[in-house]
Design a protein around this ligand. Structure first.
Ligand SMILES: *Cc1c(COP(=O)(O)O)cnc(C)c1O
Length: 398
């Protein structure tokens, strides 16, 4: 009997099980506040990137419903053919104004944005400099470009400077998360930009976790660094996603007019894909207004971050579990071994709390963690409940 490689899959899946690397999906329905109904059970959730609690905001929901009445539910085509609605066009203008840059291009997803724009910017013979902890879609975009990839140690500007100085590539692109998605720390944006200026490089920043949360009125990491409006640099291409703090879906890239026009012309994941539906763009237009106006959401979130950090610093004294050095809504608790991280997640689940365990390959080997994500939808009581549970679970380890 002939064998086929198609017969290998059951054994390959079993190997994932053995290594504690098999992922399961859960069926989730939002409840009130930060609670989710997970596989039929009500849970207090610390796993959402909905940092401002806007995903269920009534004004956003209403805007989506109203837009569906006007535009229908589908966009019907690529933005370069027939998919570019008045709502999508208006959103682009408002996004550019909101982040203080010349022009913005709205995409249906952040992953598609990064895997498309990087190959549109650089190619074979060019050089990409990439932080070791960058998000998967920056890495994949770099690979697709066929440019040479230089991976520098996380946040190591000296190593980056050395790499840039050594390179004789005609086009150099530096790519970095602005807020690192599994660690919650922020990139040194002025430091990165200074190196890019010195070496004629372009800087692509992915602010998926800073947009809406950081900077004045939530305008993002670039605004927090003061590099917008009259201080904007044409060397910075700013990218952010709209399915996290903005509460909807999609992403955008913003920057210098000619650069954005080039991306509109040459990004394959933009050209050869159906445009985001106008109902999402319409919800996002309202989301931008709420982000701008509701400063209390960010103030409340900051209070929760401080409360969690203070509580866990005390509660986990003497434990091997280590809170990362993050000031953002992403508060990872480093545990180490995969099975111990999974056991901690299970211990929380039994207490009605959902925090995801993040394991390799998403994070480096031996750094499995609980990725605690806070949101303006949480109450101080919710955070206290998490602190108590983690303190209890960490006890047997002392
Ligand atoms: C979530 C995320 C993306 C992908 O965005 P989607 O809109 O979910 O496709 C890109 N970059 C970073 C850093 C992210 O965290």
């Amino acid at each position: 009997m002939t064998t086929s490689w198609l017969d290998e899959f059951p054994a390959r899946i079993a190997a994932l099980d053995d290594a504690h690397l098999r992922r399961l999906r859960r069926v989730v329905t939002p409840e009130s506040g930060a609670r989710l109904c997970v596989n039929g059970q009500s849970m207090l959730a610390f796993c959402s990137n909905d940092y401002l609690g806007l995903a269920t905001h009534p004004a956003l929901v209403q805007a989506a419903c109203d837009a569906a009445q006007v535009y229908g539910v589908g966009s019907g085509g690529s933005p370069l053919v027939s998919g570019h609605s008045a709502a999508n066009a208006a959103l682009e203008q408002e996004l550019a104004a909101f982040v203080g840059l010349a022009r913005a291009l709205y995409f249906y997803a952040g992953y598609a944005t990064n895997i498309g724009i990087i190959p549109a910017l650089v190619g074979a013979g060019d050089a990409i400099f990439s932080d070791a902890l960058n998000h998967a879609c920056l890495i994949d975009g770099a690979r697709l470009s066929r440019a040479q990839i230089h991976r520098y140690p996380h946040a190591d500007l000296a190593a980056l400077a050395h790499g840039l100085a050594q390179s004789s590539a005609p086009r150099k692109l530096v790519i970095s998360d602005a807020v690192f998605s599994m660690d919650g720390d922020s990139a040194d944006i002025p430091g990165l930009l200074a190196l890019c200026e010195q070496h004629d490089a372009l800087l692509l920043l992915d602010d998926a976790h800073g947009f809406g949360v950081l900077g004045p009125q939530g305008r993002g990491s670039l605004a927090a660094a003061g590099l917008i409006g009259p201080n904007a640099s044409r060397r910075v291409l700013y990218m952010a996603t709209l399915g996290k703090a903005a509460g909807v879906a999609g992403a955008f890239v913003a920057g210098d007019d000619a650069l954005v026009e080039w991306l509109l012309q040459k990004t394959r994941s933009y050209t050869f894909a159906t445009a985001a539906p106008a109902l999402l763009a319409s919800a996002l237009r309202v989301s931008l207004q709420v982000i701008e106006q509701d400063d209390w959401r960010r103030t409340h979130l900051q209070r929760l971050i401080a409360r969690l950090r203070a509580g866990l610093t005390t509660g986990l004294q003497g434990s091997s579990w280590q809170l990362s050095d993050s000031q953002t809504a992403i508060q990872p608790l480093l545990i180490g071994p995969n099975d111990e991280a999974l056991a901690a997640m299970e211990g929380l689940r039994l207490r009605g709390i959902w925090v995801p365990a993040i394991r390799p390959p998403t994070v480096p080997e031996g750094t499995a963690r609980l990725r605690i994500a806070l949101s303006a939808a949480h109450t101080e009581g919710d955070v206290d409940q998490l602190i108590d549970a983690l303190t209890t679970l960490a006890k047997p380890l002392r």
